[in-house]
Design a protein around this ligand. Structure first.
Ligand SMILES: Cc1cc2nc3c(=O)[nH]c(=O)nc-3n(C[C@H](O)[C@H](O)[C@H](O)COP(=O)(O)OP(=O)(O)OC[C@H]3O[C@@H](n4cnc5c(N)ncnc54)[C@H](O)[C@@H]3O)c2cc1C
Length: 506
């Protein structure tokens, strides 16, 4: 692999190379998980690739997910066996080969309280058993992800001490995958693509997009750079219909609350709470990094213009608190909510025939102008989406490429769990940077303060901020605080880290 570092000088150099006569095999529009996945797939097959991202890597939906590496249970429940199996296979690939450093097993616990009837508990248990079968069919062994089981009240309370004690009958426990951070997955995929020669250009909006190229507007320098391409993939997520108007998307918003881990003391599992009055809906409280718990998720129609950064509505906050409180001894209140975040799912509007939820599967749809649109899917299955999109581009445009290689291609920083456990760096850094954790520490250049948190109550260090500027393509404080690190998820933390971010860029 060549140099995987993304930074301002590389961006400048690659933009001026393109301005001198830009002709590539594949132009990818959008730097979320889908676009970066497509860029990696194509570049690793030997194609010349440009990826244009209007804002920053993971600017869109890809940073607002629940950060789960799904085994596909949800899809099985709705009868989508193929999608469920694909999800379970891709979960195994991510956790075993491509990104063991960015993923970990997560126990998920449904507490059995009077609100959950015996009938509903039996339904959940049957679902968990089907999930075990899926996992085995996908060849993910029980050392990687243990099987599901019913546990007693004492064990339930050990894993989830805030759960109500009275009339607790025990719990149902299953394991799934969890990402340390969705935006870091996108950055790792983008850098791995860059290591295979892809030009990854952030702050470059694709305009006048056709099947033969586009004009890239450099939003920093103001110049426009025409790029000719043999094939063009539109991976602009909920903005895809701005590029291909024949797509009619109907976004739906999913909101999470962020609370301090102290608000749910001792929570060591993803608390999974059935939504009263439904059979197949749950609210999750998911332990996250840096002393936070994320509580999600809603599903709200979001008509009208697509905002850059979606915002939660007050009733979503109320719904999430009310549902999670059905199982807690000490109810949470809005005072516990440090912040909220929301993302938009792309639903394809089927006109009179209703809408199709493309967030469950994905589609590669040839557009009228010759552009290939990749819509839907999820973080977990990005690799399969990318392979399908590149296969379609290769077939359609006769590109000189071999078969997909990404199943065995570790992302930058990846290694086996055994070797990761021996990387001489703090575990928190290994969970975010894998084998590169030592390179992050080197950014301190002998200054011990650079490996200390930049402000009280935070975990992020100046060494990480410097690494993001030098190697991860962070161009400004927003990139640093909102995407390379996730300090910005809580507004007051962001303010505390701002001076350090400015200094790292200085
Ligand atoms: C609330 C929620 C929770 C989810 N939870 C999970 C989960 O736990 N696990 C899971 O596997 N999946 C999950 N998903 C699904 C997953 O997050 C999405 O499927 C995925 O992130 C979509 O990625 P994308 O790259 O297609 O879109 P995006 O991430 O939105 O990327 C599109 C990019 O295109 C750029 N762009 C737009 N127009 C242009 C232009 N003209 N030129 C250049 N660039 C442009 C945008 O700036 C943006 O960065 C969740 C989704 C939601 C909404």
């Amino acid at each position: 692999m060549r140099d995987t570092s993304l930074n301002a000088p590389r961006r400048e150099r690659e933009l001026s190379e393109l301005a001198d006569g830009g002709r590539v095999d594949l132009l990818v529009v959008g730097g979320g998980i889908t676009g970066t996945g497509v860029a990696l797939d194509a570049a690793s097959r030997g194609l010349s690739v440009v990826l244009a991202e209007k804002h920053d890597l993971a600017f869109g939906t890809s940073r607002w997910s629940s950060k789960l590496v799904h085994g596909g249970l949800r899809y099985l429940a709705s009868g989508d066996v193929g999608v469920a199996h694909e999800s379970a296979v891709e979960r195994g690939v991510l956790m075993r080969t491509t990104a063991p450093h960015l993923t970990r097993p997560l126990p998920q616990l449904v507490p059995l309280l009077p609100g959950t009837s015996a009938w509903r508990a039996a339904l959940v248990r049957a679902g968990f058993l089907a999930g075990d079968a899926l996992r085995l069919a996908a060849r993910t062994g029980s050392t990687a992800l243990p099987g599901s089981r019913r546990i007693g009240a004492a064990e339930t309370l050990r894993m989830a001490p805030p759960v109500r004690h009275e009339r607790l009958r025990g719990g149902l426990l299953a394991w799934d995958g969890q990402l340390t951070d969705d935006a870091r997955l996108v950055t790792a995929v983008a850098r791995t693509a860059a290591g295979h020669g892809a030009r990854v250009l952030t702050r470059c909006a694709a305009e006048e997009v056709t099947g033969l190229g586009a004009v890239l507007r450099d939003r920093l320098g103001g110049q426009t750079v025409p790029v000719q391409a043999r094939a063009v993939v539109n991976a602009a997520g909920v903005w895809a219909d701005e590029i291909s108007p024949e797509l009619t998307l109907r976004p739906s918003r999913g909101t999470h609350l962020v609370v301090a881990a102290e608000s749910l003391p001792g929570l060591a599992a993803g608390l999974t709470v059935p939504v009263p009055g439904t059979t197949n809906r749950f609210v999750f409280a998911l332990p996250a990094d840096d002393g936070r718990v994320h509580i999600g998720l809603t599903d709200e129609e979001a008509p009208g213009p697509v905002p850059d950064v979606p915002e939660a509505a007050a009733h979503e906050v109320d719904f999430l608190l009310e549902t999670i409180n059905t199982v807690l001894t000490e109810p949470l209140s809005s005072a516990d909510v440090l912040d909220t975040y929301s993302g938009l799912r792309p639903l394809l509007d089927g006109g009179a025939g209703g809408s199709a939820d493309l967030s469950r599967s994905h589609a590669v749809l040839p557009g009228s102008g010759g552009v290939l649109n990749v819509v839907g899917g999820k973080l977990t299955t990005y690799r399969r989406m990318a392979a399908d999109a590149v296969d379609a581009a290769v077939r359609r445009s006769g590109l000189p490429a071999g078969p997909c290689r990404t199943e065995r291609l570790p992302l930058v920083g990846a290694d086996s769990r055994a070797r990761l456990s021996r990387v001489p760096a703090p575990r928190r850094l290994v969970g975010r940077y894998g084998t590169e954790a030592t390179a992050v520490l080197e950014q301190a250049a002998g200054d011990p303060a650079a490996t200390e948190p930049v402000a009280e109550g935070l975990s992020v260090t100046s060494a990480e901020l410097r690494f993001a500027v030098r190697h991860e393509g962070a161009l400004d404080v927003d990139d640093l605080l909102d995407r390379r690190t996730r300090v910005g998820v809580v507004t007051r933390d962001r303010a505390a880290a701002l001076p350090a971010a400015r200094e790292a860029l200085g």
